[in-house]
Design a binder for this molecule. Structure first.
Ligand code: PEP
Ligand code: MN
Length: 339
């Protein structure tokens, strides 16, 4: 059960509601976010919710039986739209394309990518500076100094930055240089990191764990939301299966299911989801047809020379064709939905 409180509610009224709900055998959690105040009640007793709903200071009350509550669509029917400023919005009626290299390598690569993005009206650049690598000997990223240069060029060009944060103690130093914190697949259930990202007023994109269920992704999002941050994007990036013909199995089933279960925007990462350049475009277009609000793709001036993930990275020409076709596909999908 979710109890939405009036923003002006008095403490005494909160206490009164808490006592009433506790007396029904429900356990209560107080949540205060950028946008509202909620009491999330967990319990199973049947009762007439109108009796609670009429108490002073309550804006609305909703029964949500899922394990995740605040990220559920059962109480917020309208999809979430995230506003990054400067006209960049994610979710609801927007197609978001995020593009850039797997890893930030040097300044020339940053400026080259930005001019490619500008030409193609792409407003969000990806690029890791802290890279989780399977081998400790692989390139592990340009670090905070690389991020500062990445951010300065993006700010000067009205482009938003998405980059991975690997641990909670990096959040503060990264804060001023990031528009979207990406949580990588390997950190999908790092609950300390999720708690910490709930405490900042910054957009968070949660990648699905490579062995994580849809429900676990939603519960990870619930960690962030219930700690105070409503600005969350869900990302399907492929899961590990027995199939060896490609890097991961991009689970596009998850897209319409996530869209039905949650009000949060859903972005698909076909680059890691397939892991092979030739299949990125068809899977990206399929993601849009499945209902994704956006796509995040790896793009590099010269993929053969990329410091990481070159085999799944598009060159500029391939990327341009993809952006075009993504936009066409999105229009087609919208026409099916009749809006
Ligand atoms: C990435 O986006 O570069 C990345 C490492 O993603 P994932 O966590 O999905 O592997
Ligand atoms: Mn990568």
């Amino acid at each position: 059960m979710i109890i939405q409180l009036e923003n002006t509610i008095q403490n005494a009224d909160i206490l009164h509601i808490e006592q009433r709900v506790n007396s029904l055998g429900y356990q209560l959690n107080k949540v205060k976010t950028q946008f509202g105040q909620y009491l999330v009640a967990v319990g199973s007793a049947e009762f007439d919710i109108r009796k609670i709903g009429q108490l002073k200071g309550i804006r609305d009350i909703h029964r949500v039986s899922d394990a995740y509550k605040l990220v559920s669509k059962k109480w917020r029917v309208q999809d979430t739209e995230i506003d990054l400023g400067d006209g960049v919005k994610i979710g609801r009626n927007n197609l978001s394309i995020m593009a850039g290299p797997c890893a930030i390598e040097n300044e020339a690569q940053i400026t080259s990518t930005i001019s490619h993005l500008n030409t193609n009206k792409i407003r969000i650049m990806r690029g890791g500076v802290f890279k989780p690598r399977t081998s400790p000997y692989a390139f592990r990223g340009a670090g905070i100094e690389g991020l500062k240069i990445f951010s300065a060029h993006c700010k000067a060009n009205g482009i938003k930055v998405i980059t991975e944060v690997m641990q909670a103690d990096q959040i503060e130093e990264m804060m001023d240089y990031v528009d979207i914190f990406q949580v990588g697949t390997r950190n999908a259930q790092n609950f300390n990191l999720l708690d910490a990202l709930g405490e900042v007023d910054k957009v968070v994109m949660l990648k699905r764990g490579f062995s994580g269920s849809i429900d676990e992704l939603l519960q990870a999002a619930e960690y962030v939301y219930s700690n105070g941050n409503e600005k969350i994007i869900l990302c399907e990036r492929g899961i590990r299966t027995f199939e060896k013909a490609y890097r991961n199995t991009l689970d596009l089933n998850a897209v319409p299911i996530l869209k039905e279960k949650s009000h949060l925007p859903v972005v698909v990462d076909p680059s890691h989801g397939v892991g092979l350049r030739n299949y990125i475009e068809p899977m990206a277009l399929a993601a849009v047809m499945a209902g994704a609000d956006g796509v995040i793709v790896e793009v590099h001036q010269c993929p053969e020379k990329a410091a990481s993930d070159g085999q799944q990275t598009l060159d500029y020409k391939e990327a341009e064709q993809l952006y075009d076709r993504l936009r066409q596909t999105y229009s087609l999908k919208k026409s099916f939905n009749g809006f």
